[in-house]
Design a protein around this ligand. Sequence first.
Ligand code: DQA
Length: 203
Amino acid sequence: MHSLSQRIYKAETCFQGDTPCRRRHGFCAFIFFPHPKAIHQPMTTAPAVVDNREDPVKPMVIDVIHGPNLNMLGRREPEIYGTTTLADIDRELMEYGTSQGADIESFQSNTEGEIVDRIQEAFGRVSGVIINPAAYTHTSVAIRDALAMLSCPVVEIHLSNIHKREPFRHHSYISGVADGVIAGFGARGYLMALQAILEMIRK
Ligand code: DQA
């Protein structure tokens, strides 16, 4: 019979690489009542947060994060950003996502800290992140640092071509931690971003 400390030790080391053991008959499912014959690969350190985005029993989740003022799309400088609303964009992404077996979650905030919180919540939970950080693209080290924590694909998207606009928009703090960047295709760019990220995930 295992002592309590042995059981906890075994449960903590029950990981293979970044992936938790999913054997239902083993230590993971019954942390305090392990099957005495379960065989596990010991690992030196278990990750602090389990990244289970590749768990086959969970649906693929793509988090779409919209930064400040994007809630005003459709009415906001339509000559630059077009007349499509954020709700229209989300609806199209959700329809396409469903057709591809992916759950699309959408989040918009005008506040930097809330966007950082949302990215932290995505950690280990989602298969990919599509983000338009809007004005925070050009200012936010905090959002960049949060995205740098993720191991899933990240796609940065802008409706306008930021490189063709005012010089202060030419630099993105985000691009250096994104796997891909789409800019200048208006609302259509979101669908392109979704198609691209699904392709990255499936590779
Ligand atoms: C934007 C470009 C940013 O420079 C701007 O601050 C935005 C929107 C875009 O989608 O084109 O708010 O990210």
